[in-house]
Design a protein around this ligand. Structure first.
Ligand code: CLF
Ligand code: SF4
Length: 419
């Protein structure tokens, strides 16, 4: 018998296109791409693309601030009346980004009739259970690819948890323990859990049935076995993807007996909008821009032009690092020639990577991805590789050794000169 549906979720379940197959042709979902950062590194993920928790590799998502996301919900709700679910599913991990909660809160306040949903790698789930429940988020997906650290150790490059970076078996152990604790906490709070499992035939193919058994015992409501999509430039670029037959056999083998099996997943983008089989996100691209600019492709539709600049500065006073050795970038919007503070973005989850070789290149790439979408970055130094990565992403690099204030002035001058 399938897990009982908590009464407070029955109505929402009837119109949830992912948790309820019957609903997927009549109800639409919308993902808010407000969560760029991630706290782990899955070997199949390249964050130039969308998060594989809930997405397919493809076009990079635009990133929105919570305010921009709310404005976009207003627009989408007007044009897609069948919208029933609003979710955060990347492009990084929703729970590694405070913006997820700000956006959800705003949506809940203005649209209490919409169902809230999120998808996470689970690392920070135990710490956020009460907030999730309080916000009325009744549907949580956890991507859990193994319940044995000896299998998981080959799937994750690192896990960054509470100031420490873990690798190998230890990383898989930390992640698994948090995922299991998080799932248990959701079930205890009457939140419906979906477990996403990326099927990597030569790594976890044999292990998935055992993992599904464990997840059933924990009270997971529905299982979603997704095929690995090998992405160029990732550690799993050469891993074999499953065949359709392999996946179906596994789905059949793991079906029934206390758990539902999702078979209609579309491996959506982190900014997907519409019915599962009819993505309409392109219609709404660049539709949102409110009072602030940020990373991503948000576009100003009214008011004075604004651009965003990221400055490498740990103390907020001096420009004190390069792309490869900074933990924090301060963000500013340039409006009418003035720089206005707009928060900060941490890249310290990549700090524990050797400064040479492939790992270093990859780290630079991740930091560059995180900073892509800004008009300029200000750093005190930069190497050839990092420079070409930033320029390749259309970001102006300003090298400045001095104060943040002077660095911003230099950035404004250089951006103006380009106009
Ligand atoms: Fe989005 Fe995921 Fe919520 Fe659905 S998607 S966060 S549960 S609202 Fe759905 Fe898309 Fe498959 Fe995800 S089809 S990738 S299962
Ligand atoms: Fe990528 Fe993080 Fe998602 Fe893994 S959890 S697929 S590393 S964004």
């Amino acid at each position: 018998m399938t897990r009982d549906v908590p009464p407070w979720l029955q109505e929402a379940l009837d119109s949830h296109p992912c948790y309820n197959e019957k609903a997927h042709r009549s109800f639409a979902r919308m993902h808010l791409p407000v969560a760029p950062r991630c706290n782990i590194q899955c070997n199949y993920c390249d964050r130039r693309y969308d998060c594989s928790n809930e997405s397919r590799p493809g076009v990079t998502s635009e990133l929105l601030s919570p305010q921009e996301a709310l404005e976009k919900v207003r627009m989408v709700k007007e044009r897609i009346p069948e919208l029933s679910v609003v979710a955060v599913a990347g492009p990084g991990d929703p729970l590694a980004n405070e913006e997820t909660f700000s956006a959800m809160r705003m949506v809940k306040e203005e649209f209490p009739d919409l169902t809230l949903c999120l998808s996470t790698n689970g690392l920070m789930l135990p710490d956020n259970l009460d907030r999730i429940k309080e916000l009325g988020i009744g549907f949580v997906t956890v991507t859990i690819n193994a319940v044995d650290p000896d299998v998981g150790k080959d799937i994750y490059e690192f896990v960054s948890f509470k100031g420490r970076n873990y690798r190998g078996r230890e990383a898989a152990e930390v992640l698994l323990q948090r995922q299991l604790e998080g799932i248990k906490g959701c079930v205890e709070r009457d939140i419906l859990v979906k477990a996403n499992m990326v099927l990597i035939p030569d790594i976890n193919g044999e292990h998935i049935p055992e993992a599904v058994e464990r997840l059933k015992e924990l009270g997971v409501y529905i299982i979603n076995i997704l095929p690995l999509i090998p992405v160029e430039g990732t550690a799993f670029a050469d891993q074999r993807a499953p065949t359709a037959r392999e996946r179906k056999e596994l789905q059949d083998r793991c079906s029934g007996d206390g758990v539902k099996m999702m078979r209609h997943c579309k491996q959506c983008r982190a900014d997907a909008i519409g019915l599962l089989g009819d993505d309409r996100s392109a219609e709404f691209e660049k539709a949102a821009c409110g009072s602030s600019c940020g990373p991503g492709k948000a576009m100003q539709v009214s008011g004075p032009p604004c651009r965003s600049v990221a400055v490498a500065s740990g103390d907020g006073v001096n420009v004190d690092g390069g792309l490869g050795n900074s933990a924090l970038f301060r963000l500013f919007e340039i409006r009418g020639g003035e720089a206005v503070e707009a928060g900060s973005t941490e890249v310290n989850q990549y700090m524990d990577v050797p400064l040479v070789g492939e790992a270093h290149r990859r780290r630079l790439q991740l930091v560059a991805d995180q900073l892509s979408g800004h008009a300029a970055v200000v750093v005190s130094e930069i190497g050839h590789l990092a420079l070409s990565m930033m320029e390749g992403r259309g970001v102006k690099v300003v090298v400045h050794r001095g104060t943040v204030e002077e660095g911003l002035k230099a950035a404004i001058r250089e951006l103006d000169a380009d106009d």
